[in-house]
Design a protein around this ligand. Structure first.
Ligand code: HEC
Length: 478
């Protein structure tokens, strides 16, 4: 029996080494994460290798879980084996034997129970902790949120917060959280729900607030995709709602909605939609909305110089294609170029600079592999497909993105900040001439970072999950 395990662990080790050697070919712009504690048992290894990227290195997603599909060990093992395609849970029946799956199931159940019973570590512990270079402390601004997604700042200093479950609220300067009504029905399922918020660059004149969310195709089908609306705020009520865009086709899948919104200096509105979990069907074809970054006029019209206007069957809002699931979009404060990042598969998250009409290669080229460890492409580069500025292996699960355009943080001007869902930190990226010259972890272990914004007051605001809260980084000198 013991020797079987030895052989299995050896095989796994070889597989990992093989995977690493494959993925290191011509990958100079490659980022590694260190500091994950070494797993010891085979099931711990399996968990860390196959599952941790999505379910959390500390089994976060399984602690105190309301099981949706599985109510007993047999059903859990079944889900692991067959996956839950509509939700984005891959199948592992080819990567793991039934025995390994049963052991993994026992491990998840016992470990998550153990973690649930452990004395609770206070998530706000990190508040008041001082970080260095530059020194700042973390102020907890808002607590009691579900999954905060969109963050925006009104001219009077109030903060708008969109939570994925469909709650839109205004946080006032005197500390009240007031709910805003009038949203259209939001499909809060899987990775979808109420997502990003963005004010029009001339908000103080025209009052337009832009919102992305998962719309219901029709309530009966339950199919969905990302929609963009704009609306005005009147006494904490959305009025003058205009639907500017609806991603097509609507699908029953519950993942990869993308959906950040950003304006450029010419006033065009950009937004991202993920591949909706259908990588072989959508991202490389321009006849649909998925796996794309789109560009529209602020009122939803198609700019006549969009790259695929007039092309037969084309979705004319498309600005760039071949994307997987972009959840970061930010305009560089100096170059005024549009930067984005996207979730890769296992390995292969990317930071990209978005250019008109370009193909970013998903899934023809990728620095990642399938979740179950198998390879879907040998190519990391091909003519006609753009390379990322940086890719991450292992995946950090990037979410939210902002450039530090204020002078509040010494030495951070024009640095890029990126949230990591899976490794639970904020990444600071220093860029010179569109190349990454330094990377650094901030707020390590803070929780799943969903969004980062720099407010009009120049402070960095971070939206974190479990428990849902908004933090602000305050330089110590102040
Ligand atoms: C690509 C991301 C991803 C990976 C990798 C992944 N899962 Fe999942 N898994 C999901 C999603 C999404 C769901 C559905 C939502 C949920 O329950 O969190 C899910 C659901 C599940 C469920 C059912 C939960 C329920 O509520 O009934 C189990 C059990 C599970 N995963 C175990 C695993 C195990 C074990 C691994 C590693 C072998 C793994 N998952 C790897 C994304 C992933």
């Amino acid at each position: 029996m013991q020797s079987v395990w030895k052989i299995l662990s050896l095989l796994l080790l070889l597989l990992i080494l093989y995977g690493m050697s494959c993925m290191d070919l011509n990958k100079s712009n490659h980022s590694q994460i260190s500091g994950i504690s070494q797993p010891s048992t085979p099931e711990e290894k399996h968990y860390q290798y196959y599952c941790a990227g999505c379910h959390g290195v500390n089994l976060n997603e399984f602690v105190n879980k309301d099981w949706m599909f599985a109510n007993n060990p047999e059903e859990i093992a079944q889900i692991i084996k067959q996956g839950e395609d509509e939700m984005g849970m891959p199948a592992f029946g080819k990567a793991l034997s039934d025995k390994e799956i049963n052991r993994l199931t026992d491990y998840i159940l016992s470990k998550s129970k153990q973690l649930a019973e452990a004395p609770e570590s206070d998530a706000s512990d990190q508040s008041n902790q001082i970080y260095d270079e530059p020194e700042f402390w973390v102020e907890t601004m808002v607590t009691g949120l579900e999954i905060p997604w969109g963050l925006e700042f009104l001219p009077n200093g109030d903060m708008l917060i969109a939570e994925r479950n469909g709650t839109l609220s205004r946080y006032t300067s005197d500390g009240k959280l007031i709910q805003i009504s009038g949203l259209p029905p939001v499909r809060d399922r899987g990775q979808g729900g109420l997502m990003d918020l963005q004010l029009h660059p001339d908000y103080s004149e025209n009052g337009w607030l832009y919102i992305s969310y998962s719309y219901f195709d029709d309530e009966n089908s339950g199919n969905s995709n990302t929609a963009i609306i704009r609306a005005r705020l009147d006494s904490d009520q959305l009025t003058h709602i205009e639907t500017l865009y609806r991603g097509k086709p609507a699908l029953s899948t519950s993942h990869h909605f993308g959906s950040r919104i950003e304006f450029d200096t010419a006033g065009y509105m950009y937004f991202a939609i993920g591949d909706r979990g259908r990588r072989d069907e959508f991202p490389q074809s321009i006849n649909n909305s998925n796996g794309k970054i789109h560009r529209l006029f602020d009122d939803g019209r198609i700019p006549p110089d969009n790259p695929f206007v007039g092309r037969k069957g084309a979705e004319e809002s498309i600005y760039s294609y071949g994307h997987r699931n972009p959840q970061g979009l930010a305009l560089h404060p100096v170059t005024k170029e549009m930067w984005s990042h996207e979730h890769g598969p296992r390995g292969g998250d990317e930071i990209n600079i978005i250019q008109k009409g370009e193909n970013y290669g998903w899934p023809v080229i990728s620095y990642g592999i399938n979740y179950n460890g198998t390879v879907f492409t040998d190519d990391t580069a091909k003519p006609g497909m753009l390379q990322p500025v940086l890719y991450y292996d292992p995946s950090i699960a990037p979410c939210g993105m902002a450039f530090v355009n204020s002078d509040r943080y010494e030495g951070w001007k024009n640095n890029l900040l990126i949230g990591s869902l899976s490794f639970q930190y904020l990444e600071r990226v220093v860029i010179e001439n569109n190349e990454v010259v330094h990377q650094e972890k901030l707020l390590d272990g803070i929780g799943r970072v969903r969004n980062v914004r720099v407010g009009p007051d120049g402070y960095i605001y971070v939206a974190v999950e479990e428990p849902g809260r908004i933090l602000r980084l305050v330089p110590v000198e102040e």
